[in-house]
Design a protein around this ligand. Structure first.
Ligand SMILES: Nc1nc2c(ncn2[C@@H]2O[C@H](COP(=O)(O)OP(=O)(O)OP(=O)(O)O)[C@@H](O)[C@H]2O)c(=O)[nH]1
Ligand SMILES: [Mg+2]
Length: 301
């Protein structure tokens, strides 16, 4: 008999949802950054343990939409709640509950979802007694199946999450191969790794207005006969002024982004990687539906 559980991980931007999914799956499936709205689509992280397959669905952080892209992000959060066995609501222990978090709770209520509340970042609480009032306030908002204060960063109570989720696993086939950590296409994941470096290197609106596409991927040999992966990457930004910043003085910024991305990609491919990056401008693309869909950033993807 096999079991499977579908688990949506929802919450405010920057709560630590993707960090948690990566920790549970044991692989870097979703990118992580200190900036809100890092995740743009729902991403499956798959863990098979014994007879049970857990399919975690990482979602974009709930926020007020300001662009067509944000609208798609919010829709994908809603879509990810359909047909799951349980949802996780991840909050930030240092922040008051927001309007959009309240809206999330309303959609749990209308769907009568089982919800596990994870209060993350307890490592940042100076006075641990604060936690009691946080728990008290949140527990009144919904009939949560469990409330667990955690720190993904310091691995506090994170071992309690799988047993909490396990209660909702159902007798079912495994829907994915047992050794697959994600069903994201490789090129999408590679593009995300490059976007992560941009999120970590650039500031203000620039990283939020960037999309990344892998244009070519070729495994070849160097003159000396060593294996090498050649990657062609296109960074699309929304303004000509952003293009200049992304390239930097004499290409310094692109070089920096390429160098830090290469370190991760060489670990992944276990060979040398050569990255060529181009920057293109697509004016205001975050409000252009056809382009959003073409880039695979639509909610239905
Ligand atoms: N102090 C602290 N920081 C954490 C913890 N968990 C995650 N973070 C940090 O919080 C930031 C956001 O983490 P993400 O995992 O990208 O957050 P997210 O909820 O997926 O964010 P969005 O994709 O934007 O919705 C990163 O800088 C993480 O390193 C934690 O337990 N404690
Ligand atoms: Mg995320």
């Amino acid at each position: 008999m096999t079991k499977s559980a579908f688990i949506a991980i929802t919450g405010r931007p920057n709560a630590g949802k993707s960090s948690l999914m990566n920790l549970l799956v044991g692989e870097k499936v979703a990118i992580v950054s200190e900036k809100p709205q890092t995740t743009r689509t729902k991403i499956n992280g798959i863990l098979t343990k014994g007879d049970t397959q857990y399919v975690f669905i990482d979602t974009p952080g709930m926020h007020r939409p300001r662009t067509k892209l944000s609208e798609e992000m919010i829709k994908s959060v809603k879509n990810s709640m359909e047909d799951v066995d349980v949802a996780i609501l991840m909050t930030d222990a240092t922040k008051r509950i927001s309007k959009t978090e309240e809206e999330l709770i309303e959609s749990f209520r209308s769907r009568k979802l089982n919800v596990i509340l994870l209060i993350n970042k307890v490592d940042l609480l100076k006075d641990k007694s604060e936690l009691l009032s946080v728990i008290d306030r949140l527990s009144k908002l919904y009939d949560f199946s469990e409330i667990i204060p955690i720190s993904v960063r310091n691995r506090v109570n994170t071992e309690l999450i799988l047993p909490a989720v396990d209660k909702f696993a159902k007798e079912a086939p495994h829907y994915f191969p047992d050794d697959l950590p994600t069903d994201q296409p490789e090129k999408i994941w590679l593009a995300e790794i490059v976007r992560e470096k941009i999120l970590r290197t650039m500031w203000e609106e620039i990283p939020h207005g960037v999309a990344v596409q892998i244009e070519s991927l070729e495994e070849t040999k160097t003159n000396r006969g060593e294996n090498i992966v050649d990657l062609g990457v296109v960074i699309i930004c929304e303004k000509a002024s952003h293009k200049g910043m992304l390239i930097g003085r004499q290409g310094a910024m692109l070089k920096k982004i390429g160098t830090i991305a290469r370190a991760d990609l060489e670990d992944y491919f276990e060979t040398k990687v050569n990255i060529k990056i181009w920057v293109k401008v697509k004016e205001d693309w975050r409000n252009k539906e056809a382009f959003i869909l073409e880039m695979g950033l639509g909610a239905e993807d």
